[in-house]
Design a binder for this molecule. Structure first.
Ligand code: AMP
Length: 282
């Protein structure tokens, strides 16, 4: 494990010098099988896989769960090794931000919709820390989960706009057997809230069924998903949206590749989920 940014470059230098490729999997730790699937994918495609574990204060707003975000570095290191990671980079906050940054990376527009409406400063924190990680390590590929679909789209756009020499690889969402997307934040759910948390998956399925059943009206599909969320008394829905999968824009008429996204609070947990529907491949 490496904790210092200054040691990171040297730690991967050996692999790089011999023509090897370096894959990066950025995480906030408290890893689960979803994270491990990214690590395994990277390990299969690169000579060295680095997993960063850093709970990034910049992407949390006042009143969010920065202070209580679950942490277990020892277990994370075992899960990383088991999935094929060669190195864990786990810097302290002081190491990442020796001085309060006055430079930030913002993917304008994409950072303000969907999640951005509820967490207006979140994505600028994400893009800033991911840009820093890319600079510190210089990975050839970086792996992100479709679980955070908007984040994946934003990072792809950042890499394109800034001509970053890194391939951004999106990986499918890992789910529990009842459909709940794996998330470090699922630990916040009490035993009676846990069954209610499948409402996000149920809402997405209902939305997909509506599209597959022939609906081409975004209002109608969103209403179907919203109704499922509203019927779960333990859930406080935040949004249910259908967007174009590439631009994240809201279509007038549904066509091509779409993404359905939902967010809801259940008890202490704020959960998000999404699925794809490709109308060209039905
Ligand atoms: P996090 O630690 O939650 O910031 O997530 C780190 C990376 O793992 C992000 O790229 C996430 O999208 C991805 N990830 C989180 N949960 C899952 C999941 N259930 N399936 C696949 N990838 C995931």
């Amino acid at each position: 494990m490496v904790e210092r940014a200054s040691e990171l470059w040297a730690a991967v230098d050996g692999a790089r010098r011999h023509g090897g490729t370096v894959g990066l999997v950025p995480t906030m730790g408290y890893l689960h099988e979803g994270h491990q699937s990214l690590v395994a994918r990277s390990a299969g495609e690169n000579d060295l896989t680095v997993v960063s574990i850093f709970v990034n204060p910049l992407q949390f707003a006042e009143g969010e769960d920065y202070g209580t975000y679950p942490r277990d570095l020892d277990r994370d290191r075992e899960l990383c090794a088991a999935a094929g990671a060669g190195l864990v980079f786990a810097p302290s906050t002081e190491e990442m931000y020796p001085q309060a940054p006055i430079t930030s990376v913002a993917v304008e527009g994409l950072n303000a919709i969907l999640e951005g409406e509820f967490r207006p400063t979140h994505f600028d924190g994400v893009t800033t820390v991911v840009a820093k990680l890319f600079s510190m390590l210089g990975p050839g590929r970086a792996y992100f989960g479709e679980k955070d679909y908007q984040q994946l789209a934003i990072i792809r756009r950042m890499a394109a706009d800034l001509s970053l020499p890194v391939e951004v690889v999106g990986c499918p969402t890992f789910r529990e057997s009842d459909g709940l997307a794996m998330s470090s934040r699922n630990v916040y759910l009490s035993s009676d809230e846990r069954p209610a948390a499948t409402v996000l998956w149920r809402g997405l399925q209902a939305g997909r069924d509506a599209v597959v059943g022939g609906s081409r009206n975004p209002d109608e599909v969103e209403a179907v998903m919203a109704a499922v969320l509203a019927a779960e008394s333990k859930a406080a829905p935040e949004y249910a949206a259908v967007v174009d999968a590439a631009s994240l824009g809201r279509p007038v008429v549904l066509e091509g590749e779409l993404r359905l996204l939902v967010a809801a609070r259940i008890g202490r947990a704020r959960l998000i989920d999404n699925i794809g529907v490709d109308l060209d491949r039905l």
